[in-house]
Design a protein around this ligand. Structure first.
Ligand SMILES: Cc1cc2nc3c(=O)[nH]c(=O)nc-3n(C[C@H](O)[C@H](O)[C@H](O)COP(=O)(O)O)c2cc1C
Length: 138
């Protein structure tokens, strides 16, 4: 079982130029996440980020603290925290590209919704991220 956290945030990167910055984030993350025993997935769209981090609780919380401070995004909102089996066991970070269509699955999570609605939307977003992670890369 792993401590698993899903958050969404608003990107402060501007695209297409921001793609290079996302590449830098990924590059650093692959190394640091592996050293922390963290797996997960990051999705970047023209407006948002969504990320799953899973691993030991202390490691996930430590990493989340630096991500929270990162000036490349804002309005970081944790929408789901749970102990569960890793969804991305083979990935230090499954990057899903600038998935514009995914934006409409992320945007509603910023409004205050009844807990049940948030849980439902969070599970749908997770399913999409898992689907992307299964796609062959390249
Ligand atoms: C949306 C987003 C997701 C990030 N995800 C990770 C990650 O999974 N792992 C990681 O090491 N850094 C990630 N970063 C970068 C961290 O915020 C931070 O810059 C990096 O870990 C270096 O940390 P430090 O500045 O405290 O040394 C992410 C940044 C952003 C904006």
């Amino acid at each position: 079982m792993a401590y698993s956290l899903l958050y969404v945030s608003k990107t402060l990167l501007e695209f297409p130029a921001g793609a290079a910055e996302v590449a830098k984030i990924i590059e650093g993350s692959l190394i640091r996440n592996a050293s922390l025993g963290i797996t997960g997935a990051l999705m970047s769209t023209s407006n948002h980020f969504a990320q799953v981090l899973e691993g030991g609780r202390a490691a996930v919380e430590e990493l989340m603290a630096s991500i929270n401070r990162d000036p490349r995004h804002m309005k970081v909102k944790i929408i789901r925290v749970t102990e569960e089996k890793r969804r991305f066991p083979d990935w230090a970070l499954a990057y899903s590209g600038t998935a514009g269509l995914v934006d409409r699955h992320i945007a509603p999570l910023f409004s205050s919704l009844p807990v049940g609605d948030t849980a439902h939307l969070a599970l749908r977003l997770l399913a999409i991220m898992e689907e992307f992670a299964r796609l062959p890369s390249g």
